[in-house]
Design a protein around this ligand. Structure first.
Ligand code: NAD
Length: 388
C-alpha cells in the first residue's frame, strides 16, 4: 500500500450484509482511538445501528459517514468487517487494499482465490495465532467466551426445571446437572456461567492440561483414560484415533444420560468438529433434557443437531443455533472491535501513516492469507496440498 510521510491510512467499515448478523466490526470508542492516532475512518451510514451505535456517535469519534458503499470499497486502503466479504464485492476493492475480517479460509477456497486474484491482502481473523503477544487481537477467543455464556442462558431458558438448588418450606429442589464437553475458551466460560447459576457442573476435554482450570472453577473434571492425547503447539486439540473416539463416546454417554443439560464445544482447528454424542445416547437421556451444540457450524458434536434449528427427540431437545455471540451484539461488537483496533495499532506506523505489512512478523505470517496476487499462508497451503 502507499507509504510516505503525511499519508493518512484510509479505513472503511461497510455495513454487514449477512442475514441476521447484528454484530458490527468497529464501535465508536475504537473509532475515536484510531482517528486520534491519524487514521482516517469512513463508516457506511447505519453500520453500527444493530449494536446500538448511531451514525452521530461515529461522527463524534472523528469518522466520516457515507452512503456510497461502492465508492468507498474502491477507495479505502483498509476495509474492516466482521463477516467475509460478499463475493461480488471483492472485485470492487482497490488493488493492494488490506481486507480484515473473518474469512473461514479452510472452507472458502473460491473466495480466498478471488481475493488473491484481485490483489487484495486478506487478513483472516480466525488465523490470528494463539500466542500471548496476539491475545488482544484474538477474535476467536473473545467471541467464544460470549458463546459459552449465551449457551448456558439458552439451556437454562429451555430447561423445564431450574439450575440452582433451593431449600424451601415447599421442599428441596435439586440443582441441575450440567455437562460441558470441550473446556477451551467457550467451555470454560460456560462452566463459570453454569456455576454462577447454581448448577452442579461436570466437564471433559481431551487436553488433560485443562483439568486444573475446570476444577478451579468449581466443576468436576470427568476422568477418562484415553491413552496419549494432547495438544498442538498452538494449543489446539489433536484429533483422536478411532479407538480413542470409541472410548470417549462410551464415557461421555454415561455422564450425558445422568445430565439435565449437555453443552458441547469440541472443535478441531481447520477440520470438521468431532462427533461425540450419538443418537442412541440422546434417546437414553431424560425427557426434558437439553443439549446445546456449539460446534454445529463446523459439523456438530451431536448426531442430529441442525444449524439454526431445535430438534426434539422423544422430549430431549437438541439446540443447534448458530452465531451465539450475535445474540449479545453490543458486547460482541465491543470485543471484536477492540481485537481489530489492537491489530491495527500493532502495525499502524504513526510516522508514515501506513500499515506496516511485514510478512515475516509472526502474527501477520499466521493471519495474512493472500498478498501480492497469491495465496501466501503456509498453513492454508499445507492443508490445500494435503486435501489435493
Ligand atoms: P477450540 O474451539 O478449537 O476447541 C474447543 C475445545 O474442544 C478445546 O479445549 C479442545 O481441546 C476441545 N476438544 C477437541 N476435541 C475434543 C473431543 N473429542 N472431546 C472433548 N473436547 C475436545 O479451542 P479454543 O477454545 O479456541 O482454544 C483451545 C486452547 O487454545 C485454549 O484452551 C488455550 O489453551 C489455547 N489458547 C491460547 C490462547 C493464547 O495463548 N493467546 C488464546 C486462546 C486459546
Amino acid at each position: 500500500m502507499t507509504e510516505g510521510k503525511g499519508y493518512r491510512m484510509q479505513i472503511f467499515v461497510p455495513q454487514e450484509t449477512h442475514a441476521g448478523e447484528r454484530r458490527v466490526a468497529l464501535v465508536p470508542d475504537d473509532t475515536r482511538k484510531l482517528t486520534a492516532r491519524g487514521a482516517q475512518i469512513t463508516v457506511e451510514a447505519g453500520m453500527g445501528l444493530s449494536a446500538r451505535h448511531a451514525d452521530a456517535a461515529y461522527e463524534a469519534a472523528g469518522a466520516t459517514i457515507t452512503a456510497d458503499r461502492r465508492a468507498m470499497l474502491g477507495a479505502a486502503d483498509v476495509i474492516l468487517r466482521l463477516r467475509k466479504p460478499p463475493a461480488d464485492e471483492v472485485e470492487l476493492l482497490k488493488q493492494g487494499a488490506i481486507h480484515i475480517s473473518y474469512l473461514d479460509p479452510f472452507n472458502e477456497g473460491a473466495l480466498v482465490d478471488a481475493m488473491a486474484a484481485a490483489g487484495t491482502t486478506a487478513i483472516s481473523m480466525e488465523m490470528i495465532p494463539r500466542t500471548t503477544r496476539a491475545q488482544k487481537m484474538d477474535a476467536l477467543s473473545s467471541q467464544a467466551s460470549l458463546a459459552g455464556y449465551v449457551a448456558v442462558l439458552l439451556a437454562a431458558e429451555r430447561l423445564d426445571s431450574i439450575f440452582p438448588m433451593m431449600m424451601t418450606p415447599a421442599g428441596t429442589l435439586a440443582p441441575a446437572r450440567v455437562f460441558i464437553i470441550g473446556a477451551g475458551v467457550a467451555g470454560l466460560q460456560a462452566i463459570a456461567t453454569a456455576k454462577r447459576l447454581g448448577a452442579r457442573v461436570e466437564a471433559f476435554d481431551t487436553r488433560p492440561v485443562v483439568a486444573e482450570q475446570v476444577e478451579s472453577l468449581g466443576a468436576k473434571f470427568v476422568k477418562v483414560d484415553l491413552g496419549e492425547t494432547g495438544q498442538t503447539e498452538g494449543g489446539y486439540a489433536k484429533e483422536l484415533t478411532p479407538e480413542q473416539q470409541r472410548l470417549q463416546q462410551e464415557a461421555m454417554a454415561k455422564v450425558c444420560i445422568q445430565s439435565d443439560v449437555v453443552i458441547t464445544t469440541a472443535q478441531l482447528f481447520g477440520r470438521p468438529a468431532p462427533r461425540i454424542i450419538g443418537r442412541d445416547v440422546v434417546e437414553q437421556m431424560k425427557p426434558g433434557s437439553v443439549l446445546i451444540d456449539l460446534a454445529v457450524e463446523s459439523g456438530g458434536n451431536i448426531e442430529g443437531s441442525q444449524l439454526d434449528e431445535e430438534v426434539d427427540i422423544n422430549g430431549v431437545r437438541i439446540v443447534g443455533l448458530g452465531n451465539l455471540p450475535g445474540r449479545v451484539p453490543v458486547h460482541a461488537s465491543q470485543m471484536y472491535s477492540a481485537n481489530l483496533r489492537a491489530l491495527i495499532e500493532e502495525y499502524h506506523d504513526t510516522e508514515t501513516g501506513s500499515f506496516k505489512l511485514d510478512l515475516d512478523d509472526e502474527i501477520l505470517k499466521g493471519c495474512v492469507v493472500t498478498h501480492g496476487g497469491a495465496v501466501v499462508n503456509d498453513l492454508l497451503l499445507q492443508i490445500r496440498s494435503r486435501n489435493g
